[in-house]
Design a protein around this ligand. Structure first.
Ligand code: AMP
Ligand code: MG
Length: 318
């Protein structure tokens, strides 16, 4: 019985705030993936996140806010921040800023760095909780580190069962992949992680240089080096040929022919990359449970949110 999965209501939001005040954890829906939320100012709550997720301590967390004022309390904002937040918040864009001195944020949440990652999620349930709780909420994805990210409440339950008190059911996550992460501490934008906000979308809105991670060796993106998003089966990517004992994850018209008698799913029949991103983790979780040895995935165009999809697939297959 999944007694901890609850639909949104005033009572549930109140319970969420009580859980956060007690230094405990809950799973919250967002437009990217489901988050495992904790009070960002509580060392003990943050420490629980790392423990229950088995997440390495050097992988800092994203803090979620419900308004700009909240950011100003703990981070050094700049002009670039105000334009990006105007265009892309609420939404799947995480910005890296310098922290203000002597702020209330737990040092564990930022892995003792002088910087901090922050985002205003585009999900009313999440926003309501942050607003009522009136403190930033640290929330990595609500899965065991390394596993496939959760895009519905049942995925969270698969990883944690009744170990967390409350999983709020907000349906399927619309974007289905993690936020784009950009470092905006200098005058330029450095993309540290590809996600639903693409380079093109950023270029269309702001007039500054946009670099990719790696073009500046000094900028660290801790946590990005880990194997991630992995099914338990072997994953073969960029292939149009099903193997002997596989299930197949296709894209657009790249699907096995009629002779194939295994399970084949299509990330997007119409070749829509946004739809493919939204289906990716859900379909990988499904195929991981089938009775086959491996999962073969079709090539995904390396453009727009396809960058993020390919990045996840590469890590999942490594
Ligand atoms: P996750 O919560 O698993 O989606 O991952 C959050 C990611 O945000 C981490 O893996 C880091 O790469 C990135 N991140 C969080 N805080 C910082 C920071 N202060 N500086 C650079 N990257 C960060
Ligand atoms: Mg994660």
């Amino acid at each position: 019985m999944t007694t901890n999965i609850k639909k949104n209501s005033g009572k549930v939001i109140q319970q969420a705030c009580e859980i956060l005040s007690n230094g405990e954890l809950l799973a919250i829906p967002s437009e990217t993936v489901y988050g495992l939320g904790a009070d960002a100012t509580s060392d003990s709550a943050i420490s629980r996140i790392y423990k229950i997720k088995k997440r390495p301590h050097i992988n800092p967390l994203i803090l979620h806010v419900s308004n700009i004022k909240m950011v100003e309390q703990f981070a050094e904002t700049n002009t670039l921040f105000y334009s990006l937040s105007k265009y892309f918040w609420p939404g799947p864009l995480t910005v890296i800023l310098n922290q203000k001195k002597n702020n209330e944020i737990s040092k564990l949440a930022t892995s003792n760095l002088s910087s901090v990652a922050v985002r205003l999620p585009d999900n009313k349930i999440f926003q309501n909780i942050i607003e009522k709780f009136n403190n930033p909420i640290a929330a990595p994805s609500a899965n065991i580190s390394g596993n496939i990210s959760p895009t519905n409440p049942y995925h969270v339950y698969e990883d944690f069962g009744e170990e967390i008190k409350l999983i709020i059911d907000g349906g399927q996550s619309e974007k289905g992949v993690e936020s784009t992460v950009v470092d905006i501490r200098s005058q330029d934008i450095i993309i540290l992680r590809h996600g639903p906000i693409t380079q093109k979308m950023l270029e269309n809105k702001v007039d500054c240089k946009i670099k990719k991670k790696g073009s500046n060796k000094k900028i660290l993106s801790p946590g990005q080096m880990f194997k991630h998003y992995s099914p338990s089966k072997k994953l073969i990517i960029n292939s149009i040929k099903p193997t002997k004992n596989c299930s197949f994850l296709g894209f657009s018209n790249i699907m096995p022919d009629k002779k194939f008698d295994g399970i084949a799913l299509n990330l997007s029949n119409s070749g829509d990359l946004n739809e493919a991103a939204s289906n990716l983790f859900k379909m990988l979780r499904f195929l991981d449970k089938t009775d086959t040895q491996e999962i073969v995935v079709a090539p995904i165009p390396n453009k727009d949110v396809g960058f993020a999809i390919n990045d996840k697939l590469k890590r999942a297959s490594s």
